[in-house]
Design a protein around this ligand. Structure first.
Ligand code: SF4
Length: 284
């Protein structure tokens, strides 16, 4: 069986930098990560070994006993930061610069009087941070959720990991439903997401099935899987090499390999090597 790797895949610089910073903290026992630093069990267990505590994303506002908190690459709103500082916490901020840029853009539009429409997943931690400082906004995940809003001036931005094709569809619907209004649009998809999506699109032209390596909670991993399925290519999502089952690949001659932005390079390599040596009954 032939295995083709996507040209761009795996952990983005934003997550890598956040992990590198946390791994070298001088006071890990005094520090809790405010939510999931990365949707990757291997990395999380390394953090636990170092003595770091991690607060569950859904329940992170519960008071942490630790005096230091790590803000993850997904970022939080200024309001939330102030609330944490007000509780006497020290903050170690690993917000990705590309997420920070979207926050600045959203605030700028809001200050200029626009109603901000965020294309993204409602309730996702990055989106919560983005809208946390806004008073007039809407979050839209799918074209079906688009409405004609009351405001006359709209500014449309998006979660950094939004699939470009989805953004295009949602924006088209926003323009149609809000015809006659002033609409500003800034595509805030981050470069690593765009490169990974493009690489998968290219790969899907050449393969019969796609292996996607990534955490089950990872938004961008799910989107890579969904992209393959939308093109009629079978997608197999795994977290590690041990999850691969030879039976899945019976009858396939060429499979593709990609990975979400929270996946370590060594995990991708282990999956690749395992795929190359799977006994599928098809010669490689
Ligand atoms: S996915 Fe993009 S925005 Fe998010 S941490 Fe990675 S580089 Fe930054």
């Amino acid at each position: 069986m032939k295995v083709l790797k996507a040209q761009a895949m795996g952990m983005c610089f934003g997550v890598k930098d956040a992990i590198a910073m946390v791994m070298t903290l001088p006071q890990p026992g005094e520090t809790a990560v405010y939510g999931e630093l990365v949707h990757n069990e291997e990395v999380l267990s390394k953090l636990r070994e170092k003595g770091l505590t991690q607060l569950e994303e859904e329940r992170r506002s519960a008071p942490a006993a630790k005096p230091w908190l790590v803000i993850t690459a997904h970022g939080v709103s200024d309001r939330e930061k102030q609330a944490l500082l007000g509780k006497g916490k020290g903050l170690i901020d690993t917000t990705c610069p590309l997420v920070r840029r979207v926050h600045e853009t959203a605030k700028h539009f809001a200050q200029c009087g626009y109603f901000v429409v965020v294309v993204g997943r409602e309730g996702h931690v990055e989106v919560k941070g983005l809208v946390g400082d806004l008073s007039r906004f809407a979050v839209v995940g799918r074209p079906e959720e688009v409405r004609r809003w009351e405001a006359d001036r709209l500014a449309v931005i998006c979660q950094t990991t939004t699939p470009p094709a989805l953004l295009e569809k949602v924006f088209e619907k926003i323009s149609r439903k809000n015809f006659g209004k002033e609409i500003r649009f800034l595509d805030t998809i981050c470069r690593p997401t765009r490169e990974r999506q493009r690489a998968v699109e290219e790969l899907l032209e050449e393969v019969e099935a796609l292996v996607v390596v990534g955490g089950r909670n990872s938004n961008n991993t799910r989107q890579l899987t969904a992209l393959a399925e939308s093109r009629g290519v079978r997608a197999l999502q795994v977290e590690k090499a041990a999850d691969l089952a030879p039976d899945w690949f019976k009858g396939f001659n060429v499979v593709g390999l990609t990975a979400g932005t929270s996946t370590l390079d060594e995990t991708i390599e282990a999956v690749y090597q395992t795929l190359l040596h799977l006994e599928t009954g098809v010669a490689g």
